[in-house]
Design a protein around this ligand. Structure first.
Ligand SMILES: [Zn+2]
Length: 314
């Protein structure tokens, strides 16, 4: 078999999902102990501010602007010494910082909006949404990893937010990304969708679960599908990934070839799980399903997996 790398699409599918559009130059190879101070001293520096799972956005003329100057950030109580450097765009450095002022104390021209709504409602440009995911994930990791997991001493943020160093035992800690497998099982002209009790009424989606230590992506896809639905999968193929800042996951989207069709749902995870024909899924996507069933909004990786499969003719 020839090596077929160049049959890959010019725009890989990951580019079509939300939170994936960051165009910042991270300059990760240049990060050092001076990077944060240098970036903050740049007059072109702009910060994204976040607190409690919400992004602070300026509203002007019906548009949302996520960028604050260092002075504006301080006025909102942000502690810039705890900011993280996201990277650089054509204008200058881009950072993220924990905001200080509570959402209810914000001036009227600034709103605190939860990340999910920012994403579902399309309030930001794809590039800014990608930067938001990066900042939200990093800030969440710092706030939940203040203490050294080796000796328990309080650790310190280093390298513009990409490390923590324990001053007591010298251990360095690095930001986490938690991989989650999300998959669409397919059998002939049908796909498998499930409903978690946490979903909004009538919504069905792909199955998903955390990849465990020592497990390949493909084996995690097979294990989760078997555990949640009783469906055994043969071939598994990767399709796309999506940064998912809740709090710092990477969703890894795959298709799987089902080897049986008798579903045995795990009712501790799912309240329903069933096969849908391609025609039925096309109707769902068009908003015309007779029982009012829906799938996640465009931009979600589950939606991308479902739509890409439904739109195919094979
Ligand atoms: Zn330590």
């Amino acid at each position: 078999m020839p090596f077929r790398l160049f049959d890959a699409p010019m725009r890989e599918p990951s580019q079509f999902v939300g939170f994936s559009g960051s165009d910042l130059d991270r300059q990760s190879e240049k990060r050092d102990e001076e990077s944060l101070a240098k970036a903050l001293a740049d007059p072109a520096a702009r910060l994204m501010l976040m607190r409690g799972g919400r992004a602070y956005l300026k509203i002007a003329g019906g548009c949302f602007d996520p960028h604050f100057t260092p002075a504006e950030s301080r006025a909102l109580g942000a502690r810039l010494e705890f900011s993280v450097l996201l990277g650089f765009d054509a204008e200058g450095p881009r950072l993220a910082a924990p905001a200080g002022v509570e959402p209810e104390d914000l001036p009227p021209a600034i709103k605190a909006i939860d990340y999910r709504s920012v994403y579902v409602q399309g309030l930001l440009r794809p590039a800014d949404l990608g930067a938001l995911a990066q900042g939200a994930s990093l800030l969440a990791w710092h706030s939940s990893h203040r203490f050294c997991s080796r000796c328990g001493h309080e650790s310190e943020m280093r390298h513009a937010g990409y490390r923590r160093l324990c001053p007591s035992c010298g251990t360095e800690h690095f930001p986490r990304t938690d991989p989650v497998a999300i998959m669409l099982a397919v059998s002939g002209d049908k796909c498998l969708l499930g409903r978690s009790p946490r979903f909004q009424p009538n919504m069905y989606s792909c199955l998903a679960g955390f990849i465990e230590p020592g497990e390949t992506i493909e084996n995690a896809v097979r294990r989760e599908t078997l555990e949640e639905a009783g469906i055994r999968l043969g071939r598994v193929v990767y399709q796309a990934s999506q940064p998912w800042p809740f709090p710092y996951s990477l969703m890894i989207g795959c298709y799987g070839e089902a080897l049986n069709e008798d579903i045995h749902p795990d009712f501790s995870e799912l309240e329903d799980c069933r096969w849908f024909s391609r025609e039925e899924v096309r109707g769902i996507i068009a908003g015309k399903h007779e029982a009012g069933i829906s799938v996640p909004p465009a931009g979600a990786i589950a939606s991308h997996l479902i739509r890409s499969w439904a739109e195919r003719d094979d």
